[in-house]
Design a protein around this ligand. Structure first.
Ligand code: CA
Length: 228
């Protein structure tokens, strides 16, 4: 059974989440304070954590940072009442996998949860595709409209990462962590990431009609067919 930890201090919201997710067949455990949430999450055994940002005591970002520092990679979906770009980037940089702004539709929450749970599982097929771009993760080759792309090893890894998150905005912090394996993000690394994205975009998009790699100003990048 899929186990979800919900860290939320508002009793009404917490109950609604427990009942709603329970009705979908998830096994839900509630924590109302940051400390409880952290110790429960750290104990392992959860497939996903739904984490409110505004909590009494230690807030959601602190809990998330602590969890990631300890090497715990359980997918975390942040719930936040704040909706400014810096809050979103802060959450993603602290190691969140996705976020949802309150108030949200329950169906939207379910869709995000399903997507995160799918991502956590090993890919059944090593072939990834978007429009006429095809990537063979096992053979480490990429083609666009049948034409082989001459990518460096790092560019290939970056492209594979973007493609596995297609349709989803990824921050530079996520790229630093998952492609560069560099948890501490600094401005110099941001510049390095931007340069590699620029080179990758040139190879992938320059000679194509439809652009696939897009910059989301102030947040990061998204891979999708058509403008975001
Ligand atoms: Ca709260």
């Amino acid at each position: 059974m899929t186990r979800i930890l919900v860290v939320e201090d508002e009793a009404k919201v917490a109950r609604a989440l427990r009942d709603g997710l329970g009705a979908e067949g998830y096994d839900v455990v509630l924590a109302a304070a940051g400390e409880d949430g952290l110790s429960l999450a750290g104990s392992g055994g959860f497939d996903l954590v739904v984490l409110d940002l505004m909590l009494p005591g230690r807030d959601g970002i602190e809990i998330l940072s602590e969890l990631r520092r300890s090497g715990d990679l359980t997918p975390v979906l942040i719930l936040t009442a704040r909706d400014t770009v810096s809050d979103r980037v802060g959450g993603l940089d602290a190691g969140a996998d996705d976020y949802l702004v309150k108030p949200f539709a329950f169906a939207e929450l379910l869709a995000r949860i399903r997507a995160l749970l799918r991502r956590g599982r090993p890919e059944s097929s090593p072939r990834l595709a978007l429009a006429d771009l095809e990537v063979d993760a096992a053979g480490r080759t990429a083609t666009r409209a049948g034409r082989t792309l001459a990518l460096t090893a790092l560019e290939f890894t970056l492209l594979e990462f973007l493609l596995r998150h297609q349709g989803q905005v990824v921050s530079r912090g996520m790229i630093a962590r998952d492609v560069w394996n560099e948890p501490a993000r600094g401005t110099p690394l941001n510049n390095v990431i931007d340069v590699h994205i620029m080179r990758l975009r040139r190879k992938v998009d320059q000679e194509a009609d439809v652009r696939l790699i897009h910059t989301v100003r102030g947040v990061g990048f998204v891979m999708r067919e058509g403008e975001p």
